[in-house]
Design a protein around this ligand. Sequence first.
Ligand code: GRF
Length: 212
Amino acid sequence: MTLHPDSTSSLVSSSILHHTLRADNPLKLGIMASGNGSNFEAIAQAIKDGQLAAQIQVLIYNNPEAYAAVRAERWGIPSVLLNHREYKSREGFEEQIVKTLQQYDVELVIMAGWMRLVTPVLLDAFPHKIINIHPSLLPSFKGVRAIEQALAAGVKITGCTVHLLCLEMDSGPILVQAAVPVLPDDTPETLHARIQVQEHRILPIAIALAAQ
Ligand code: GRF
């Protein structure tokens, strides 16, 4: 069987979006990002398009250069820079994150390209209410450079995963996955671009699922 480059499969139908969230009671989201922020924007777009009954209360970013902050400004969404380099401990940093999320009345936290490991300070403040997106079919290729790892392993199918966060990196219960074929001449960039198309599709679905 040959897979078309654009073909994909995921385990949950997007109709779930319409079943789990109610427009008259939008879920209050807090997004955490360190970089580009395309997933942040995909969530904003899904909300705008009426696919997801939610509201982004705040973007927290830890890298002053993060393009996600530019996107937030464009969307008129409040953003808060919390630079981990300005804190003595991981715990102190996360206490500030928790305080900010609580100030903005956040119900569900989405790590969309957040490049820091977490401690119980954050996890215990939002039990079962933090989700993460990772660019591989977990449990394969955890950690950094997941796409390079997949190319080096020679797999023919990879993808992306949205899962509940737990202390162990890239290991919590899986909410949604999408498969993406690896093409013979793929580079990390071309493969990542195709994976991101699927990330943007499954993240709103996972948010609706996590809200249940
Ligand atoms: C995504 O590929 C995500 O899976 C990984 O970091 C990347 C973030 O992309 N955790 P973006 O900043 O949302 O564009």
